[in-house]
Design a protein around this ligand. Sequence first.
Ligand SMILES: Cc1cc2nc3c(=O)[nH]c(=O)nc-3n(C[C@H](O)[C@H](O)[C@H](O)COP(=O)(O)OP(=O)(O)OC[C@H]3O[C@@H](n4cnc5c(N)ncnc54)[C@H](O)[C@@H]3O)c2cc1C
Length: 316
Amino acid sequence: MDQASHDPTRHGTLERWLTGPRIPALPAPRDMAPPKLSFEFFPPKSATMEANLWECIRRLEPLAPRFVSVTYGAGGTTRSRTHATVSRIVAETSLTPAAHLTTVGATREEVHEVAREYWAAGVRHIVALRGDPPVGAAQYAPHPGGYAQAEDLVRGLRGVADFDITVGAYPETHPTAVSPEADLDFLKRKIDAGATRAITQYFFDTDIYLRFIERCHKAGITVPIVPGILPVTNFAQVVKFSAMCGASVPEWMGHLFEGIDDDAETRKMVAAMVAAEQVRLLQANGVDEFHIYTLNRSDLAYAVAHLLGARPRPAA
Ligand SMILES: Cc1cc2nc3c(=O)[nH]c(=O)nc-3n(C[C@H](O)[C@H](O)[C@H](O)COP(=O)(O)OP(=O)(O)OC[C@H]3O[C@@H](n4cnc5c(N)ncnc54)[C@H](O)[C@@H]3O)c2cc1C
């Protein structure tokens, strides 16, 4: 018996190597197709933000995402800005847009009118959501003449035109849900009402999504449940937001961002690696499409997509 076999550290390492999990590392193998990606933007509030958004759209456009979506402000506050952004995407880019549309603060007829305007502008994909209450309002209250929840909106949109409809899903359960089972039932009803895909709230631990998918399958939900991936650069802000939307922030994440509060460059690099690694882990489990919450930051979204193997489409 040699000296090394008595070394507990070495034995531990060997043990881990032989029996630990096998996770394919970055970079992706050259012959592996990049995952299908979609990107989410929010409508700009000022001329500067608009210039920034368009720089972001132009940078990501050559990566030929499946679609790009544009959010609808809390309380339905961005109706015209969302419409203007989506219409410009149709008119000036090769991208396929999806317009977020919520029920908040609007009658059914007003919502139908917005949907008809989208259809007329050439938009065929709607992300249908109940929506969050306006800033300052304690809880959601449906408009007296409006839709009460996303399920009804989906059904209403089906009556307006033949839209491709995506809905929201919550791997860690919506914060106002009565129970995880009731929440899943809401999702199932949205799909049964005519949605063809769900995009998830962001999450950070792969297991959370995989367990959720298993529950979806058991409940008979067969449409794609696309993971929403949030590259994080501002850790403190994400902790605050996550507490409101019911997403958990794992301890390892806090550890990763420790001591780099004043170092934006390093935070960006960490953010890209964490998001890419999260996608790779999900790919290793058979997931092949992802929705990236860009927060209108082109460099970060581009870096994540690049790490995953996406490359600009050659010019026609
Ligand atoms: C991918 C994605 C994109 C989003 N984009 C936007 C956006 O652009 N603009 C915006 O304002 N918000 C957006 N949101 C946030 C979303 O509007 C909120 O999470 C909202 O609180 C719920 O919307 P929903 O469409 O999931 O609602 P629903 O599916 O109607 O409800 C969500 C859950 O709330 C509970 N619930 C709802 N109604 C009832 C009821 N009557 N009784 C009991 N429980 C109930 C259920 O558990 C249900 O599953 C987005 C969320 C996701 C996941």
